[in-house]
Write a protein that binds this ligand. Structure first.
Ligand code: SAH
Length: 341
């Protein structure tokens, strides 16, 4: 998964802009400007809760085309002091997408790793970033937990390699897995995202030194569980993840409980469903305001985007929102509770 996505020459993210109608998948900020605008307002509220510092880092992980940040900054013009104080920093590895981000947010700077983030108060946004990080899968067999590896099919000739899943010979100890998963029935599959875990550990270290908060939005599940969520999208259709490495978007659902592990539960908020979060931030009012100045066709687009982002049958329930904060920082907007694990 890591090679297929990030290989310097052939990796999926290194070779293309995968977003939008002509690409392989679309995301909330590409569906509607309302998404980035509301996250901009969330950021202003959080900045005020940090004491309105006159300079701070407004950070985004995996910003795609830079659409979310451009919409957030436009909405944030309501509070000019926020925009003046914001130093936009993007964590992005894809050169193609960095070029897209530069078009929409010309003043941004880029880093390759969380450890390279500049010091200072910070707000971190990450939409559909963690689902793109490589996972490992394990299967419970009569012997115990065995990693599911990718192997060449024995019959394949060299011109057209065909891949298949093959179980590792060695066993993985049960303590590797969450208590809830450990004793699963034979045949169960579970997933771990070691890189996601590392990044969250680095984020915790950063937030310990620099007052701030992070907002993580992704499709996934609240508590660690069993299930095979490894998937591939090409041209907006699901394809076999092993069939065309480097040519399809590979993702897995996000295990929010695992991501939250490095943090104390008192520093964690949610996860809440995206639909409820966006409604709490006022997406309906924003849709009404946009519709008031729109023609009929645009009004239809706004209504359908609102539905797509918030409806439980669309992105409203599958997508979850979680926040983490530095010790002592007031609760972020949009969350009724502390961690709901
Ligand atoms: N947040 C955007 C894009 C989501 S696609 C949106 O909502 O539209 C995933 C993004 O994460 C892309 O920008 C991709 O290039 C970036 N990405 C994937 N793996 C990464 C890694 N290991 N480090 C930094 N960025 C990464």
């Amino acid at each position: 998964m890591e090679l297929a996505l990030a290989h310097p020459e052939h990796g999926y993210y290194r070779t293309r802009d995968p977003l939008g109608r002509k690409g392989d998948f679309t995301t909330a900020p590409e569906i509607s400007q309302m998404f980035g605008e509301l996250l901009g307002l969330w950021s202003i509220d959080m900045w005020q809760k940090l004491g309105s510092p006159n300079t701070f880092n407004l950070i985004e992980f995996g910003p795609g085309r830079g659409t979310l940040m451009a919409d957030a900054l436009r909405a944030a013009k309501l509070v000019p002091a926020f925009v003046e104080a914001a130093n936009v920093v993007f964590l992005e590895t894809s050169p193609t997408l960095r070029a897209e981000q530069k078009k929409r947010v010309p003043g941004a700077t880029w880093v390759d790793a969380v450890e390279a983030l500049p010091d200072g108060p910070c707000l971190i946004l990450a939409n559909e970033f963690f689902d793109a990080l490589p996972i490992k899968q394990f299967q419970k067999t009569v012997n115990g937990w065995q990693e599911r590896c990718v192997a060449l099919q024995p019959s394949a000739d060299n011109d057209t390699p065909m891949f298949e899943v093959s179980l590792a010979d060695t066993l993985t100890g049960p303590s590797t897995f969450a208590a809830r998963v450990r004793d699963a029935a034979e045949g169960s599959i579970t997933e771990l995202c070691p890189i996601g875990r590392t990044i969250m550990g680095q984020m915790r270290a950063h937030l310990a030194e620099n007052p701030g908060a992070a907002l993580i939005i992704d499709y996934g599940y609240t508590q660690s569980a069993c299930g095979d969520s490894f998937q591939a999208l090409k041209g907006h259709k699901f394809v076999d993840p092993l069939s065309e490495p480097g040519e399809a978007d590979l993702t897995a659902h996000v295990d929010f409980e695992a991501l939250a592990k490095p943090f104390d539960t008192s520093a964690c908020y949610g996860p809440v469903e995206q639909g409820l979060f966006l409604k709490a931030l006022g997406i309906q009012a924003r849709a009404n305001a946009l519709s008031a100045n729109a023609n009929e066709h645009q009004r239809d687009d706004i209504a359908s985007a609102l539905k797509r982002l918030t409806d439980p049958g669309a992105m409203g329930s599958l997508f979850k929102v979680m926040a983490v904060a530095s010790p002592g920082v007031p609760a972020p907007a949009g969350f009724p509770t502390h961690a709901s694990f």
